[in-house]
Design a protein around this ligand. Structure first.
Ligand SMILES: N[C@@H](CCC(=O)N[C@@H](CS)C(=O)NCC(=O)O)C(=O)O
Length: 197
């Protein structure tokens, strides 16, 4: 399998963590792609987004939730609960984290524009989505003993907020901060982490 990714993408990080947890890293070749500048990605994924996974028979999978679902079924780690409330919780929290990630990517790109061209209303709306999401996550009582696609998605996004200095999410969220410091020591998070110079 070939995974088109970018090192800082929180969505690609989620996929790489799932691959590691499922013992599949040896079966996946990582190839960097630049979704905003490389139009060849669009021939594979009309959205021109990473991550995009190309299976050995040429089938193409996106987005990150679909790729994670496939890898977890292949490897059998059971990161996506099979049914019931556990499944609904995991998928809903994954959707929340992914939505916060999309908002964060929008904030980062907006801040790259010249200061005079930045749209305060866009930044405010995206940051409100992120802070409201963080407030909900603070109430979730995450523990290191429970590790599903929800925790993976949340951890990947929190790390992205730090890497891109999106906002200081720790202020007023001691439970989330303590959980993140602990879960960040897990092997799959350590080997997939990227440090900005
Ligand atoms: N919903 C998608 C979001 C992926 C995404 O937004 N990736 C970013 C990089 S972090 C990207 O490729 N952006 C390019 C674009 O949207 O044009 C997923 O979960 O995979």
């Amino acid at each position: 399998m070939r995974l088109l990714y970018s090192a800082l993408s929180p969505f690609a990080r989620k996929v790489r963590i799932v691959a590691h947890e499922n013992g599949l890293t040896g079966a996946i070749t990582l190839e960097t792609a630049s979704p905003f500048t490389d139009e060849s990605l669009r021939a594979l994924n009309p959205l021109s987004q990473v991550p995009t996974l190309i299976l050995d028979d040429g089938e193409i999978l996106f987005d990150s939730a679909v790729i994670c679902d496939h890898l977890d079924a292949l490897g059998g780690a059971g990161l996506i609960p099979a049914s019931g409330q556990d499944r609904r919780r995991a998928l809903t929290l994954q959707a929340l984290a992914d939505g916060m990630g999309s908002a964060a990517v929008a904030v980062v790109r907006e801040r790259m524009r010249p200061a005079d061209d930045q749209r305060p209303e866009l930044l405010e709306r995206q940051l409100r989505a992120i802070t409201a999401g963080l407030d909900l996550l603070e109430t979730q009582a995450f523990t290191v003993d429970r590790f599903t696609i929800a925790e993976i998605a949340v951890a990947a996004q929190l790390a992205y907020f730090d890497a891109r200095k999106v906002l200081d999410w720790r202020v007023g969220r001691p439970a989330l901060e303590a959980w993140f410091e602990a879960v960040a020591r897990r092997d799959s998070l350590v080997v997939t982490s990227v440090q900005l110079a």
